[in-house]
Ligand binder design. Structure first.
Ligand code: IMP
Length: 190
């Protein structure tokens, strides 16, 4: 039996809304960091489109660096899989996140960066999954508040895929989504 794709997945943030909101986030960063050269440290891989679009809307001098986290087991310890190439000592660091969910990744990043004697630290996240927060973490710049559905697109993945969708989609029915991945794929990329 064919499934109604619209009941399984739905686009929750279009590329137009993303572009508009990212412009507003860039305006705020431009204003707050006037006269400084911050380093944008983006957390791979989900931040790829966001850092590219946000970076191009900034009118202050910035540098870019990347790191990647790893999780040991379900709900386990969080470590660094790939560290930044540049020293962050005495730098104004802006952490760039795709989505803050429980907050545990960001809390770990804050602990790691606290030991690196940065001049200042702030965080910009595209999405804030407020209902799932377990630990309180400071978020200076937030794009959108989202609910607790699993999201894909614009950097966010499902088993490594869907990161290249221009908008953000919510998976409303996970079993139906997994039953017909090919059909969903055709519908979402249609
Ligand atoms: P946290 O440590 O629980 O805050 O998790 C943050 C990370 O979980 C993000 O950087 C994403 O990699 C992943 N994540 C959380 N929610 C989603 C989602 O809805 N879609 C895709 N990845 C997610």
């Amino acid at each position: 039996m064919s499934e109604a794709h619209g009941e399984t997945v739905t686009e929750v943030i279009t590329s137009e809304s993303l572009s508009e909101r990212i412009g507003a986030l860039a305006d705020a960063v431009n204003k707050d960091y006037q006269g400084r050269t911050p380093i944008l440290v983006s957390v791979l891989k989900g931040t790829l489109p966001f850092i590219a679009d946000l970076g191009r809307r900034l009118t202050i001098p910035v540098e870019f660096d990347f790191l990647q986290l790893t999780r040991f087991g379900e709900g386990g310890r969080i470590g660094i899989a790939l560290d930044t190439g540049d020293s962050l000592t005495h730098r104004d660091v802006i952490l760039v996140e795709d989505i803050v969910d429980t907050g545990l990744s960001l809390q770990t990043l804050h602990q790691i960066l606290a030991e690196r004697h940065v001049s200042s630290l702030s965080t910009v996240t595209l999405l804030d999954k407020v209902p799932r927060r377990l630990v309180d973490v400071p978020l200076e710049y937030r794009g959108f508040e989202v609910g607790d559905e699993y999201l894909v697109g614009y950097g966010l993945d499902w088993q490594g895929k869907f990161r290249n969708l221009p908008g953000i989609w919510a998976i409303l029915d996970r079993p139906a989504f997994e039953r017909d991945l090919t059909g969903q794929f055709a519908y979402m990329y249609g």
